[in-house]
Design a protein. Structure first.
Length: 255
């Protein structure tokens, strides 16, 4: 068995941070199997031919040069969303004081609901959700918030049904496929707070991350947001300071 080093691969997170993954490969008769690599990722190479991972639904990818099934399934399968992303599905939820809501994934048609919800938020709620002051939701941001890529994102909403439906809470994760983790965000309108909705939504995000096979769920939270830190601590999250983000902590939970 012989080994050789593969040139380092750079990875840039969506927050602009650059990491370097070092890979070491060991040669066997049929394929090159990578050893440990940073970011929980690896470069898979065969010595007989180039291979393109299929996106067909299967538990693993077995190629002619991979008789033992060493290759992992494609990322599109490993990090697939929960079944709730079916647009026709919705789950009935009742608050502690008896108010009914519908839990479902966010759809493109929800842009108006998101805009009306944003207009009802106080400056404090906006700052805690978006980490800075905002006066309006721009058309670009509104489009981004209402058009969800289910491979990389989960976006759940609590909707009050009726002739004029209203959106009162949103929970999201954004999946970093290379790092096998996800960043979360949560917003519950103040008139619907203290009803158990935040804890229920956070547990759904945890369950979704586990179903995707992720290793960590984390998020930035302002140090002033004591209710959010208390909630996450009750759910097993650990708190650490974010030195490059003054006034901010990182809440993370290993899965």
């Amino acid at each position: 068995m012989t080994g050789r080093r593969i040139e380092p691969a750079t990875h840039t997170t969506r927050h602009g941070r650059t990491c370097v993954a070092m890979h070491y490969a060991w040669r066997y008769d049929a394929c090159i199997i990578p050893g440990p690599a940073d970011l929980r990722s690896a470069i898979w190479i065969t010595i007989r031919q180039r291979m393109v991972l299929s996106t067909a639904s299967s538990s693993s990818v077995v190629a002619p040069d991979d008789p033992a099934g060493f290759l992992p399934p494609p990322a599109v399968e490993r990090f697939s969303a929960l079944a709730l992303d079916n647009e026709s599905s919705a789950e009935s939820v009742t608050t502690r004081d008896g108010r009914p809501l519908q839990l479902r994934t966010i759809r493109p048609a929800d842009a108006e609901l998101l805009q009306r919800c944003f207009q009802r938020l106080s400056p404090l709620e906006i700052r805690r959700r978006f980490m800075h002051a905002m006066g309006v939701l721009s058309p670009t941001m509104l489009h981004r918030l209402s058009h969800v890529d289910p491979v990389r994102e989960t976006a759940l909403a609590l909707i009050e049904a009726g002739p004029r439906p209203e959106l009162h809470a949103v929970a999201r994760t954004y999946v970093d496929i290379a790092a096998a983790n996800a960043e979360f965000s949560l917003m519950v309108e103040r008139d619907w707070a203290r009803q158990g909705l935040g804890g229920m939504l956070m547990q759904r995000l945890i369950d979704d991350s586990l179903a995707r096979g992720l290793h960590e769920l984390w998020g930035y939270v302002l140090v002033e947001n004591v209710p959010m830190m208390r909630l996450c601590n009750q759910l097993g999250f650990k708190t650490r300071l974010a030195p490059q983000e003054p006034g901010t902590v990182v809440l993370s939970r290993l899965l």
